[in-house]
Design a protein around this ligand. Sequence first.
Ligand SMILES: Cc1cc2nc3c(=O)[nH]c(=O)nc-3n(C[C@H](O)[C@H](O)[C@H](O)COP(=O)(O)OP(=O)(O)OC[C@H]3O[C@@H](n4cnc5c(N)ncnc54)[C@H](O)[C@@H]3O)c2cc1C
Length: 392
Amino acid sequence: MSDALLRMADFDLTPEQRLVRRTVREFAEKEILPHVERYEREERYPLELIQKLVPLGFFAPMIPEEYGGSFLDVMTYGIICEELARVDWVVASVVSVTNSLVAKSLLRFGSEAQKEHWLPRMARGECLSSACLTEPGGGTDLGNMQTTASRADGGWRLNGTKVFISHAAHAGVFLVVASVDRAQKHKGVTAFVVDPHTTDGITIGEFPMRTLKRDNLAEVHFQDAFVPDAALLGEPGKGFPVLGAALDMGRFSVAIRCVGQAQRCLDLAIPYATEREAFGQKIGEFQMIQQKIADMVARTEQARAVVYRLGRMLDADAGRASLESSLAKLSASEAATQNALDAIQIHGGYGLSAEYEVGRLLLEAKALEFGEGTSELHRKLIAEFALGIRKQ
Ligand SMILES: Cc1cc2nc3c(=O)[nH]c(=O)nc-3n(C[C@H](O)[C@H](O)[C@H](O)COP(=O)(O)OP(=O)(O)OC[C@H]3O[C@@H](n4cnc5c(N)ncnc54)[C@H](O)[C@@H]3O)c2cc1C
């Protein structure tokens, strides 16, 4: 990043947050980036790379110190996600699922026994996390979920299938949502914290993807899987408030990861445009290439401004931030995809060759238009807030 762009990006960060950005960036460029293409080729999960985050305090920034985490403010956590996402989707994703979805839900809705059991293991990196929400019948309409939880002696039996589940084959804790009464739609949805290693009736299968081939996604089958009452997170039928609270923070971390990916596209396009020549000049001297660079800078900074504002709102604990999190998620994920398209165009045909990263970044950016709510869902929510149909 040039000095001018870095000054703009860092303008209103504290000196500590700037230091965290520099430290995570140096670490990520040295320890993670050189391995990503190889892991993708070998379809291998980057477990060793993830473990390197733990002693540095970058793995569990949202977990309080009393449970072994590094407990940083939301903006600093976001900067860690942004810098990790700038180099690797999967490493950034596990940090964001662990902290935003699973740890935050446990902290807010978990019993003391659940917190004491799970959070220290998560903070030590012994136990990665997955969120099992999406089903083959759909991920957007969660109120209509098919997975059921039926009463059994001392607990519940889970039946159903979840798909697209990031990290599932490597996770030691699942946040699972299932319906205790399908006729009640979203009022039947119930959240559980499940140990996939000790629960009979859970099988984890491969979920074939065209991108993110780092053994990252799985499908998870629950067949009469018994979980004790102690696995309930909150009350039966109150899973939607758990999800709602988790999603504000989840959408923030996905949005800031998109800012990191948008930035990476720019960081790759700029040197290429200043080195590649056509018609005896650097392609960066052509106005049409300059226009793409300018649009990429504008998109990245506009997304960053909206996402950082959301981070500050979450730090101020100003209540639900549904509108702001939808705006941040929508703007940043579409900025990341468009920046990847522009970066590919600037690279010409090489943009699609295995030699350059930008082709992979396109599909990875596109994937973030789905996770934590699709663009259509966020447009619907934003319009409903604007029209007064929906309130925070
Ligand atoms: C890389 C990757 C990782 C993922 N990781 C996880 C994970 O860890 N855990 C997990 O649970 N899920 C995960 N997902 C799944 C993701 O959350 C879903 O893909 C997403 O919620 C959309 O669900 P769907 O794919 O079933 O699409 P559908 O819900 O079937 O929607 C299909 C299309 O219809 C549109 N649509 C739906 N409803 C409306 C409406 N009311 N108005 C307008 N348009 C609408 C959608 O926007 C979409 O364009 C992941 C997905 C990807 C790609």
